[in-house]
Design a protein around this ligand. Structure first.
Ligand code: HEM
Length: 171
């Protein structure tokens, strides 16, 4: 079975880890109010979100600059179209969600240096629309990830081929 390169595989699992942490921090900071004394949650969400954007751009660059393993022979034509569409949408949303997050900062009229120390101001000053876009994109992204995961699990169960090995870095 042909495999993805170790760097592609590491990028893939790092992205999953970051997404899990970002969702948890995002949901925790949701109830954040200016009265809350600890701005660390939102600050960490912003910092990790920027890191995730860098990782996502690097993954996309890798996708175009390295050779992909051959398509699985257990995948038929229509299945291949669906699988590839979901994968490209995952790349797209990996960029779109953090960009929509940055747009929240840009849409607020508070200076960047002030936001760094008082991220809670984003809740009162940023436009509601920018926050809603970020949230809608994030949940659409979550849906795509669930769809992708279901596809992987179904494929393993139906064809009894462990395709996870293709996405595992070499030791
Ligand atoms: C538990 C969660 C996940 C599992 C088990 C999983 C598993 C896999 C596997 C096995 C492949 C290789 C498919 C093949 O052999 O062709 C793959 C590809 C891919 N996965 Fe995931 N994945 C998960 C989460 C994610 C997440 C969160 C993202 C989004 C950032 C993602 C994005 C992708 C993309 C874009 C590809 C295609 C790589 C390419 O061909 O360019 N996956 N995944």
């Amino acid at each position: 079975m042909q495999k993805y390169s170790s760097s592609s595989a590491l990028g893939h699992w790092l992205a999953l880890l970051l997404i899990a942490i970002l969702f948890a921090l995002g949901l925790l900071s949701h109830g954040y109010s200016p009265e809350t004394k600890n701005p660390d949650i939102l600050q960490s969400h912003i910092f990790l979100g920027i890191f995730f954007l860098v990782v996502s751009v690097a993954r996309l660059w890798f996708r175009f600059s390295t050779k992909k393993p051959n398509e699985l022979d257990t995948v038929n034509k229509s299945h291949k179209i669906l699988k590839n569409s979901v994968q490209w949408l995952l790349y797209l949303f990996s960029i779109l969600v953090p960009l929509a997050g940055l747009n929240i900062i840009l849409s607020s009229d508070v200076d960047l240096e002030i936001i760094e120390n008082h991220p809670e101001l984003l809740f009162s000053q940023a436009t509601q629309l920018a926050r809603e876009y970020h949230e809608i994109f994030a949940f659409a992204f979550l849906f795509l990830i669930a769809f992708h995961l279901a596809g992987v699990v179904l494929h393993i169960v139906r064809t009894k081929t462990n395709i996870l090995k293709r996405m595992w870095p070499d030791a």
